[in-house]
Design a protein around this ligand. Sequence first.
Ligand code: ADP
Length: 479
Amino acid sequence: MYRFGSLIAGQWRAGEGGEFTTFNPARPTEAVGSYTSASQAQIRRAVEGALKAQRVWRNATAVERSSALERFIAGVEQRADELAKSITLEQGKPLSESRAEVAKSCAEARFMAGEALRGHSELMPAARPGMRNMVIRRPRGVIAAITPWNFPILTPMRKLAPAVVFGNAVILKPSELTPSTACMLGEIAGGTLPEGLVQVINGAGEVGSQLVSAAGIAGITFTGSVATGRAIFASAAQNLAEISLELGGKNAVIVNDTHDLEGCLDQIVTAACMCAGQRCTAISRVIVRQELHTPVVEGLAKRFKAATLGDGMDSATTIGPLINARQLDRVSGLVAGGIQEGAEAVTGGAIAHVPGLEAGYFFKPTVLSNVGSKMKVAREEIFGPVISILRYANPDEAFGILNGVDYGLTSALFSDNNDVIQRFIDESENGMIHVNHGTIPDNHMPFGGVKNSGVGAYSVGPSVVGFYTTEHAVYVKRT
Ligand code: ADP
């Protein structure tokens, strides 16, 4: 059993709020962790601790900050197996995916350790004689980081690493469904970073809400649902804190033409089914040219049928459970609604019963064909191993379907046609645009979305500097 309170100003303390428990979603009768929630007074103490630590840390040189982050990353790598296991036990994904998540989080953080050493300031021409003008960037201050349950290490690391390396203190509030991994990051920070620089506050939405509205918070970075993102945006407005919100997606791939249909389908399946489809970048819609409709439906159905549902700790498992009963209800409700509206479940379409794991939250990998672009399954984020197939006759229609949703996170096109490719790059209303491969992003590229998928600076890659630092125009006159 994992047991944690909150890490406040360098000390682990029992939370003064209530207790909560986490469960293994493959075996929900098994409790995995026991936690105590922080009280409002404890959150205030954490902000005071962060302000104190940041006042010192902001004077460290970029080289010192970068080396400190490298020490922290090495600490994470030392505990990689333990961290991966904690992800699978609370989140449910296959252990191989958890291991890859730990490795990716370290690779992204390592880019940040290098990025802090690059120039982010500018020398500008002066309007008046004897003047030197500069635009410089300085640490923002105390950052509140609120993270979801689908990537228990990747999302906290994506926020913690740039926060620290650009001279800030960070208070992390992990999801109450999967906090163990972030708590271990707190332990690693304890041995590698100055006291108070990284704090971990446990609790549910109420605790997150108190944290983001606390006085002293200069920036809020959040990954999660649109509804919670809106609530956080409103809280941020009260303190005029900077925000970076990474929200949902209704990502699509357009299959227009391809010389390698098998390879294309393999990539779609990976992008749709990793983390049981519970990724904000999961491919959820396949928009296919009508001539390719039959082979695409058949090829996807064959691959979805071949998946092995099971406990993520079992090496034979390719798709784990959904996170909880609420999510299972939501996915099965959306799929049932789609079928009622006229979609056809070519495979799957219902809750799965896995022998030996009868209480687990499993949903059958599902391919829906005959999906119309107005149906709810074609418009709402599903967050399950479900793919909807929509067909089109010409590229105008394809782009209409692609962009006809409220989200704008990621997108892919399979085509060797130069005109269609150029159009896709110009017209896809998404933060991320992939041509001839799935939606898996690189570790050093900006990551984020437009429309309902995000507001503020993208995370990952060089764009983060706009969020983690403040800008200052400096004028120096010769005397
Ligand atoms: P989901 O509904 O899928 O669990 P959320 O967006 O609600 O996703 O949760 C993501 C993170 O946001 C979690 O850490 C959660 O505790 C936190 N959270 C939920 N509500 C609020 C809120 N009003 N203010 C701040 N954080 C919140």
